[in-house]
Design a protein around this ligand. Structure first.
Ligand code: NDP
Ligand code: GDR
Length: 378
């Protein structure tokens, strides 16, 4: 019998890499997807087989972390050996706009899953997607599993509840439930509004003449960025241990948002010069090598600050120490932040070139793509 895994958040960045990883290991993979008014399975479409074929590896179920009935039904039907709770309202800035919903999904959604597993008496191992945002205003650097938490957003406070309810069910009911305290991890599949993807996608669009300028918030924030592919391997490893335990997962290297912007520009053959400060800071093109940015000229401003992207409470600096993961699990990240940035630029450049080509043929993005015919070239 193949092992059976259930993934919440399978349509997200991590869910898609984890599904790929588990399918390659021979798992029967089940995923929970939300009902949406348009397709939301773009990241896993390449994994999906016709469900009418005998023994498809991947099965999708409609459900929602705010809906205990759907979670209990899916758990009762699938009886998974392993549950990966990756589903979340995962955007920190958005959590200030929708704090109640964020708590419903991120905090109580986790409780609903744990309680359903307890009620159904399942012998399921549980991975909870915890986060470095728990440390928020950091008490020590680098942070490790023993560092005190000080969350700085409704997102992080909701994740704090999820962290502790996972520990509580482990201690109270002997469940095999573990928290992975993961630092930022990115990839070409990263959501377009997180800063790394916003930078790589935005700069590629600017380079291809699709947008005039990229607008960002706090360039001084520092993060410990890794690659999502490295991090899902660790999620699986945690559930293969005899004893459940919580782990920090990080690269141990820290960079600023400004540095990531500089790397992305370098990937396009651009050298940047920064001028101004605070909300007036901007980045100009100082030198161009190669032909990856055909629309740009020396002196052109390609990135500016928009204070709308500042947060009511910021997490200035995060840096993790993954010594426990290294010692217990033999885990080491393989991809550096710089290589990650290069991979993201390469993927976004391909997309921007395609869009530039379409635009040259008369396609205009100011018209709903679903309306069919594009307006005539101007
Ligand atoms: P994404 O935002 O890419 O994916 C989130 C997933 O959760 C999507 O599949 C989304 O569905 C689903 N989801 C959102 N709301 C609900 C809901 N109400 N019910 C069911 N599913 C829902 O996040 P990542 O893949 O980057 O992150 C995975 C997890 O890890 C998240 O819990 C995140 O908070 C956590 N984390 C992420 C880190 C990172 O750097 N990436 C670091 C630390 C923790 P849909 O596709 O329909 O929107
Ligand atoms: P984060 O990721 O909040 O760390 O949460 P994000 O990429 O959104 O922000 C990182 C830092 O960049 C600064 N920043 C900007 N951020 C965004 N989104 N847009 C901007 O224009 C911008 N300009 C500067 C932010 O202020 C911040 O300091 C991610 C998510 O994946 C969470 O789910 C996860 O838990 C944590 O990482 C670890």
């Amino acid at each position: 019998m193949p092992r059976r895994a259930l993934i919440t958040g399978i349509t997200g960045q991590d869910g898609s890499y984890l599904a790929e990883f588990l399918l390659a290991k021979g798992y029967e993979v089940h995923g929970i997807k939300r009902r949406a008014s348009s397709f939301n399975t773009g990241r896993i479409d390449h994994l999906y087989e016709d469900p009418h074929r005998p023994d498809p590896g991947l099965h999708l179920h409609y459900g929602d972390l705010t809906d205990a009935a759907s979670l209990t039904r899916i758990l009762a039907q699938t009886r998974p050996d392993e549950l990966y709770n990756l589903g979340a309202q995962s955007h920190v800035a958005v959590s200030f706009e929708a704090p109640d919903y964020t708590a419903q999904v991120n905090a109580l959604g986790t409780l609903r899953l744990l309680e359903a597993i307890r009620f159904l008496k399942l012998d399921t191992r549980i991975y909870q997607a915890s986060t470095s945002e728990l440390y928020g205003q950091v008490a020590e650097t680098p942070q490790r599993e023993t560092t005190p938490f000080h969350p700085r957003s409704p997102y992080a406070v909701a994740k704090l509840y999820a962290y502790w309810i996972t520990v509580n069910y482990r201690e109270a009911y002997g469940m095999h439930a573990s928290n992975g305290i993961l630092y930022n991890h990115e990839s070409p599949r990263r959501g377009e509004t997180f800063v790394t993807r916003k930078i790589t996608r935005g700069l590629c669009q600017v380079a291809q003449g699709l947008e005039p300028c990229l607008y960002l918030g706090n360039l001084d924030a520092r993060r410990d960025w890794g690659h999502a592919r490295d991090y899902v391997r660790m999620q699986w490893l945690m559930l293969q241990q005899d004893t459940p335990r919580d782990y920090v997962i990080a690269t141990g290297q820290q960079h600023s948002v400004r540095q990531f912007l500089i790397w992305a520009a370098e990937g396009l053959g651009l050298e940047l010069a920064f001028e101004g400060s605070g909300v007036t800071e901007r980045a100009r093109v100082a030198r161009i090598t190669g032909d990856l940015a055909p629309s740009l000229r020396i002196g052109q401003v390609i990135a500016r600050i928009d204070p709308r992207y500042y947060r009511p409470a910021e997490v200035d600096s995060l840096l993790g120490c993954a010594a426990r993961a290294r010692e217990d699990l033999g885990w080491q990240p393989e991809i550096t932040a710089r290589a990650l940035c290069a991979e993201m630029v390469a993927a976004d450049l391909q997309e921007a070139r395609r869009d530039a080509l379409l635009r040259a043929q008369g396609w205009r993005p100011d018209r709903c793509a679903m309306d069919g015919t594009a307006p005539p070239p101007q």
